[in-house]
Design a protein around this ligand. Structure first.
Ligand SMILES: Cc1cc2nc3c(=O)[nH]c(=O)nc-3n(C[C@H](O)[C@H](O)[C@H](O)COP(=O)(O)OP(=O)(O)OC[C@H]3O[C@@H](n4cnc5c(N)ncnc54)[C@H](O)[C@@H]3O)c2cc1C
Ligand code: SF4
Length: 524
């Protein structure tokens, strides 16, 4: 009788996994902690701790539910520390004749697994049906379209899912999109919502200790770890969001605070991406909260657009465009990552705080990622592979299928405009409007040149000037190029010189991504 080894990856921790729904009684379930996956980029220590703790809890729950489970721990002497080799070793050890696995989150692994389809112990890949759409659904939607705009994809998703829809097929609230209501900065005084402190049980404690012991040079401190590692904890995070943060999620979605990392955001990407929550259940919970009068339509729609729209859209893009997508560099960027991305050691307050919060929590909210660190990298021309590796390493929710389109496509405009109709570039004015950072900064967002001028201002115009050949023809950039053209030559020259001087003194992280044992990064 056929006997499968069901490989459950660290971001597939769900009983709803298709491979776990209908399997023979003789199946063996394998979860593998392997050093190769924990260190191919220098992941934040919270991210490694999260995976180890959540996998160990899930293995225990599977055992309690009656499954035969093998959990390869990092400390196991026989562990091969390569995912493919370890699964095949276990399949041989348990006399399994094939390996069953759900589509992984990275093309790299998918390709390696596909290439083993005809090996002695063949690998069989199963589609992941926990998303609203499969890559095939997305490919069908994309077929024949010149532009793959989120807005059109999102409307289809609303119709298909029925979320926030009226019986007559029209969107609830009379509009598809309430984005224009969702751009308020924070008021001068406000009480930030409390964040839940998740309990650390024995399994989690041990997993965090193992992470800290094996990866001592990775960024972050393990002692302030606070991510949900079980479905129960993930559900409490979702409940808290709906009870205390959802109603203001929309209006303050784009706001940035000098002190508060999470504001009114959901903090659920981590649980969603490793399988502890499903996108369907979170969208339905938010829709229900709106129907019960607990959240206004702009909040519910804003949230559902992120999960039903953006999250599915970037995944569709990833799977239909890879592997070529990863090589794109539409604006020809060549700069290495600035060194301060690893330690926050910069006098630009907005960047300092976004990076410090990232190091502290393995989290930054969307606008910090897009408009602070992302915008700076765009204006400086950081090369896609350097920036993508950083985002993949530092955030606990980072998985390549979601990180890559956001970084390469949305932030760096490196995909030739496939994802965004124009680059998300901004000067210090934007940060000043949306945050309180500038009040604490040694630079002034109002000055463009001179010793106190916000570096983002000259970099912004320098970026536009440098990339005029690629961007000039874009109708959405017409207005801004008009402003540039109306400037006096002397002003343009002074701005160019200011930006060039700034870029010349910017130190890169040589050999970024290579952890040293002193906590820094070096090249060899
Ligand atoms: C450069 C860059 C890199 C990013 N890398 C990742 C990543 O590796 N993993 C990841 O999950 N998200 C990534 N995002 C998207 C977004 O920043 C995070 O999903 C969000 O900050 C997670 O925090 P939250 O749960 O509090 O989100 P909220 O702001 O509360 O949003 C709710 C949910 O919507 C979804 N969502 C929101 N925006 C996006 C988006 N642009 N793409 C996909 N899903 C979205 C997430 O699942 C999120 O949990 C990235 C964004 C940028 C600009
Ligand atoms: S002045 Fe410029 S560098 Fe300083 S916080 Fe404001 S936007 Fe950032």
């Amino acid at each position: 009788m056929s006997k499968p080894l069901i490989l459950v990856l660290g971001d597939q921790l769900s009983f709803a996994l298709p491979t776990l729904r209908q399997t023979p009684d003789n199946a063996v379930v394998a979860l593998c902690e392997v050093a190769e996956e924990a260190s191919y980029v220098p992941h934040h220590i919270h991210k490694i701790g999260l995976f180890l703790a959540a996998m160990r809890h899930f293995a225990q729950q599977l055992r309690e539910a009656g499954w035969q489970v093998h959990h390869s721990a990092l400390d196991d002497p026989d562990n091969t520390h390569s995912l493919i080799d370890e699964a095949e070793r276990l399949a041989r050890a348990y006399h399994c004749d094939h390996i069953l696995v759900v589509r992984p989150g990275e093309w790299r692994l998918w390709d390696a697994m596909q290439s083993r389809a005809n090996s002695t112990i063949p690998w069989q890949l199963v589609e992941d049906d926990r998303f609203f759409t499969t890559p095939d659904d997305f490919a069908q939607w994309a077929q024949g379209r010149k532009q793959l705009r989120l807005e059109y994809f999102y409307r289809e998703q609303r119709k298909r899912s029925g979320l926030l829809m009226q019986a007559d097929g029209k969107p609830l609230g009379g509009q598809w999109n309430f984005d224009h209501d969702n751009r308020e900065p924070l008021p001068d005084t406000f009480t930030p919502p409390q964040q839940r402190q998740h309990s650390i049980d024995g399994i989690t404690r041990e997993a965090l200790d193992v992470a800290a012991r094996h990866f001592p040079a990775h960024i972050g401190r393990i002692d302030n770890f606070n991510w949900p590692v079980t479905r129960q904890q993930a559900l409490t995070e979702l409940d808290d969001f709906i009870a205390y943060r959802l109603s203001d999620f929309g209006r303050y979605q784009d706001a940035i605070s000098d002190t508060e990392p999470y504001l009114f955001h959901a903090r659920i990407s981590v649980a969603l991406n490793i399988g502890l929550l499903s996108p369907r259940e979170v969208c339905h919970a938010v829709e229900q909260a709106h129907l019960e009068g607990l959240a206004p339509i702009n909040a519910a729609e804003g949230f559902i657009r992120q999960v039903l729209g953006w999250r599915e859209y970037v995944r569709g893009l990833y799977w239909t465009q890879m592997p070529e997508y990863k090589t794109r560099n539409g604006l020809g960027f060549q700069r290495e990552l600035p060194a301060f991305f690893w330690d926050g050691n910069t006098d630009m307050r907005c960047l300092k705080r976004a990076i410090e919060m990232t190091i502290d929590n393995s989290y930054a909210h969307h606008i910090q990622r897009l408009m602070v660190t992302g915008n700076f990298a765009l204006l400086c021309g950081v090369k896609p592979e350097a920036l993508c590796d950083w985002y993949l390493a530092v955030y606990a929710d980072a998985s390549e299928w979601v990180e890559l389109p956001n970084t390469l496509g949305m932030v760096l405009h490196a995909d030739g405009g496939l994802m965004g109709s124009k680059p998300y570039c901004a000067s210090g004015k934007y940060i000043d409007k949306m945050s309180d950072h500038c009040q604490h900064c040694r630079y002034s967002p109002k000055q463009v040149t001179g010793p106190k001028a916000c570096p983002l201002n000259s970099l912004y115009w320098h970026f536009l000037e440098t990339h005029r050949p690629e961007l000039n023809h874009n109708p959405r950039m017409k207005l801004i190029y008009g402003s540039l053209d109306r400037m006096k030559d002397e002003k343009r020259d002074a701005m160019r010189e200011q930006a060039t001087q700034f870029l010349d003194q910017l130190t890169s992280a040589p050999g970024y991504g290579q952890p040293t044992h002193t906590g820094g990064y070096y090249s060899d």
